[in-house]
Design a protein around this ligand. Structure first.
Ligand SMILES: *[C@@H]1O[C@H](CO)[C@@H](O)[C@H](O)[C@H]1NC(C)=O
Ligand SMILES: *[C@@H]1O[C@H](CO)[C@@H](O)[C@H](O)[C@H]1NC(C)=O
Length: 158
């Protein structure tokens, strides 16, 4: 009976240390990882591809809108953005990007956050401002639209 005590103590210490190691791994790689890279589709059916996010959080990609405020033919347009790389972002980073419309004089800026939802699915919750070009300063008041978009990962058909 007395002999068993040191063995139990060793076992307890070993299991305890393992528990601590697991906790440390979870802290370094949180379960809620959300990555901007890849293909996304939003609630309007617009598609966006973010190719790579570099070490500083800068990224680029392309935007294929499903809707337009102009009568011009829609074309794929380039986007450029920044993602916050601060350690406080804990795997659900904030970001912003600009879409330079290649078929109009307009510019859209998006700002948002990459979340992992309750089903473990990545979702981008964004707000945007669309600036249209107006002929003169008197029309400035009506040149900006605001809205929201929710993006989810585009499942490839292949
Ligand atoms: C978005 O991608 C889907 C799947 O590839 C395609 O069916 C759809 O036409 C695309 N929409 C736009 C606006 O590019
Ligand atoms: C922005 O779009 C215009 C018109 O398509 C193009 O000439 C210009 O190179 C683009 N600039 C960037 C930084 O994408």
């Amino acid at each position: 009976m007395v002999q068993a005590t040191p063995l139990l103590l060793v076992l307890f210490l070993a299991l305890g240390a393992q528990g601590l190691a697991v906790k440390k791994v979870q802290a370094e790689f949180p379960a809620l990882q959300c990555s901007l890279t890849g293909r996304w589709v939003n609630d309007l059916g617009s598609n966006m591809t973010i190719t790579t996010v570099n070490g500083n959080g800068a990224f680029a990609g392309s935007y294929h809108t499903a809707v337009t405020a102009t009568s011009n033919e829609i074309k794929v347009s380039p986007l450029q953005g920044s993602m916050q790389k601060s350690p406080n972002q804990k795997g659900q980073p904030t970001f912003g990007f600009t879409v330079n419309w290649s078929f109009s004089d307009s510019i859209t800026v998006f700002t948002g956050q990459c979340f992992v939802d309750e089903y473990g699915k990545e979702v981008l919750k964004t707000m945007w401002l669309l600036r249209s070009r107006v002929e003169n300063i008197k029309n400035d008041w009506k040149a900006t639209r605001v809205g929201t978009n929710i993006f989810t990962r585009l499942q490839s058909q292949e």
